[in-house]
Design a protein around this ligand. Structure first.
Ligand SMILES: Nc1ncnc2c1ncn2[C@@H]1O[C@H](COP(=O)(O)OP(=O)(O)OP(=O)(O)O)[C@@H](O)[C@H]1O
Length: 254
């Protein structure tokens, strides 16, 4: 689904990624973890096309997308959420999703309506309703996004991304800044969305080890811009280098 080969990235004179390789397979939930400043978000942005890299390559669905900007990767099926949810604040939850569904239909040439159509089709409304139910936001359909709780905003953003029918869902710290109960709710939601049979591939960065261990099929651990380990939850838990560099530090914080 995604292959990174020998990716180098610097910010000015600061080199933050050193020859990073990664392969993400179809249908898996792949988590990137590591201490603060390890380069997780930078690697994530190189995958999504938000930033470029000086050396190495990025393939998506077997195609070299290293030079493709983010919007092209989105259109090719890479859906992304942000650490701070991006929603239209003045619009209701339902309106946000209508825009997202209509945008997908326009982009895929499946809408007969002109882009300025003011009334969504009944098919769009049905799809929006089913997304709202899936996200447990149906009772807040008419609430302006600005009035939603932080957790509900993140749910809505996830819904907007899903409305684009992505092949891979890129989640940058999906539970950042959430209350413990919202965190559990969003973890369950991601598990439900990416469950067996969905075919959806998920790539995520996350600080909360509970979320990671509850979701990931495979974990890649980064430290100081390098991949230091990769494997299943059990392999990562048992890896002495990871324990020292990352889990050990987490344990000290706890
Ligand atoms: N836009 C930028 N300009 C300059 N330096 C940056 C920029 N973004 C990140 N860095 C630096 O690059 C390094 C890696 O940062 P990055 O955000 O990728 O790490 P991270 O593992 O995601 O960290 P965190 O867990 O704190 O989010 C850090 O030293 C950071 O200060």
């Amino acid at each position: 689904m995604i292959r990174l080969s020998s990716v180098d990235k610097s910010y000015g004179s600061l080199k933050v990624l050193h020859g990073v390789d990664a392969e993400i397979s179809e249908g898996e939930t792949f988590a990137i973890i590591g201490p603060n400043g390890a380069g997780k978000t930078t690697l994530f942005k190189v995958m999504t096309g938000e930033i470029g890299c000086e050396a190495g390559s990025v393939e998506f669905l077997g195609k070299d997308v290293t030079r493709d900007p983010a919007y092209k990767r989105t259109r090719a099926g890479m859906g992304r959420t942000f650490q701070v949810a991006r929603v239209f604040k003045e619009m209701t939850a339902e309106e946000n999703l209508i825009v997202a569904v209509e945008a997908r239909l326009q982009n895929t040439g499946k809408s007969d309506a002109p882009w300025y159509a003011v009334k969504p089709s009944s098919a769009t409304l049905d799809e929006v309703h089913s997304i709202l139910v899936r996200l447990s936001l149906d009772k807040k359909a008419r609430t302006p996004a600005s009035e939603l709780s932080h957790g509900d905003k993140k749910r809505l953003e996830l819904g907007i991304t899903l409305a684009g029918r992505p092949k891979v869902l890129m989640l940058d710290e999906p539970t950042a800044g959430m209350s413990p109960s919202d965190r559990v709710g969003v973890t369950e939601l991601i598990r439900d969305i990416s469950g067996k049979g969905s075919g959806l591939t998920v790539v995520m960065t996350e600080h909360d080890m509970g979320v990671i261990f509850g979701l990931a099929d495979r974990i890649m651990v980064m430290n100081q811009g390098r991949k230091i380990a990769q494997g299943s939850i059990e392999e990562i838990r048992a890896n002495p280098v990871v324990r020292e560099v990352y889990l050990g530090k987490e344990a000290h914080h706890a």
